[in-house]
Design a protein around this ligand. Structure first.
Ligand code: PMP
Length: 351
């Protein structure tokens, strides 16, 4: 019988997240988590909330968090939407904003959740190939489109567009919703948030999972015109009135208040990325110019899958994708200095 019910969804090919193995002494560089901890103030706020108020429902509007995010990003609270990780915010954006008669455009290669949402919500899409250098070419998006979604920096390449290039996209499509997924923006790209004031069709999505080291808390958000936010809220309220639990709302607010911790963590990750880059280049890798907390690299003499397997045998986990154009590459998250050393010494042992 269960086979019958499960067959109702047999056309769905869900997104497969990076694995979360639990082995002692594992160097886990496969899911772009922060190697550093969250703000101690966030941890304290989460503990306090968990100790005192878990029997109470959370604020369904997350008003205090939205006000804090609005102040942080210099927008109004009506321009802020929050959700359970940016994956959920993106899901609501796909459901509320991205279904049109003309196709949704996004890059090929990009975050592989996008085609999954398209299939789930019945959205027609066209994937626009990256150029030879694995870059998004803005001119290639100058074609009829119902909507656009692009990560900036792109994933898994790590390559960023400039704000001027985002402006060009907006000028090409003044009437189509454009979502910029800024999951990794804090590691060196320019945010598009200042463009929200002058572009009513722009929605910028960010997360607290990466630069704020709160992946386990699940806090993501979107900033855009109040009208776009209202559309997202209507979808959210048709789905789950309480998108964020009390500890998540409290922890996210406290994280925003601890700017010193945030600035120091992202600086350390950027330093680590540059060290990782240099080490990989010395070992003969081609490394794409990353503005994210990971690098995308290939070795001219070794297959990506074989390298990933050999690293795993040495207790180092990196991400390998099998899509033909990127099958040679490894995506390696920036770890602590010690993790970077362990990765580099495992690679020099293998090569
Ligand atoms: N967008 C991109 C491009 C990502 O790589 C990720 C992380 N897998 C997300 C969004 C989602 O992150 P989260 O749900 O943790 O906010």
């Amino acid at each position: 019988m269960s086979r019958f019910w499960s067959s109702l969804t047999h056309d769905l090919k869900p997104y497969v997240p990076g694995e979360q193995p639990r082995m002692a002494d594992l160097v886990k560089l496969n899911t772009n988590e922060s190697p550093l901890g969250p703000s101690p103030r966030a941890l304290e706020a989460i503990r306090g909330e968990a100790a005192d108020t878990l029997r109470l429902y959370p604020d369904p509007q997350a008003s205090a968090l939205r006000a804090a995010l609005a102040a942080y990003h210099h927008v109004q609270p009506e321009q802020v939407f929050v959700g359970n990780g940016s994956d959920e915010v993106l899901a609501h954006a796909f459901a509320a904003l991205l279904k049109h008669d003309a196709p949704l455009l996004f890059p090929d290669i990009t975050y592989s959740f996008y085609p999954v949402y398209c299939r789930l919500f019945g959205i027609t899409y066209e994937a626009v190939p990256l150029d030879q250098a694995m870059r998004i070419r803005v001119a290639d998006y100058h074609r009829p489109a119902g909507a656009l979604i692009l990560p900036n920096p792109n994933a898994p390449t790590g390559i960023a567009l400039s704000r001027a290039e985002i402006v060009t996209l907006l000028e090409q499509h003044p009437d189509a919703p454009i979502v910029i997924d800024e999951a990794y923006v804090d590691f060196g790209a320019e945010t598009a948030i200042p463009l929200v004031a002058s572009h009513r069709n722009l929605l910028v999505v960010q997360t607290m999972s990466k630069s704020r080291a709160l992946a386990g808390l699940r806090v993501g958000y979107a900033i855009g015109d109040a009208d776009l936010i209202e559309g997202l809220t209507r979808v959210k309220d048709s789905f789950n009135s309480y998108p964020l639990g009390r500890p998540a709302q409290a922890g996210a607010i406290a994280s925003l208040e601890d700017d010193a911790h945030f600035q120091e963590s992202r600086a350390r990750v950027i330093e680590g990325r540059e060290r990782l880059n240099r080490g990989l280049i010395q070992l003969g890798f081609d490394v794409l110019p990353s503005s994210a907390n990971f690098v995308f690299a290939r070795h001219p003499a070794h297959e990506g899958a074989a390298l990933a397997t050999a690293l795993r045998q040495r207790a180092v986990i990196v991400r390998h994708f099998s899509a033909p154009r990127i099958a040679d590459y490894l995506r390696i998250s920036v770890g602590t200095d010690e993790q970077i050393d362990r990765l580099l010494s495992a690679l020099s042992d293998i090569l």
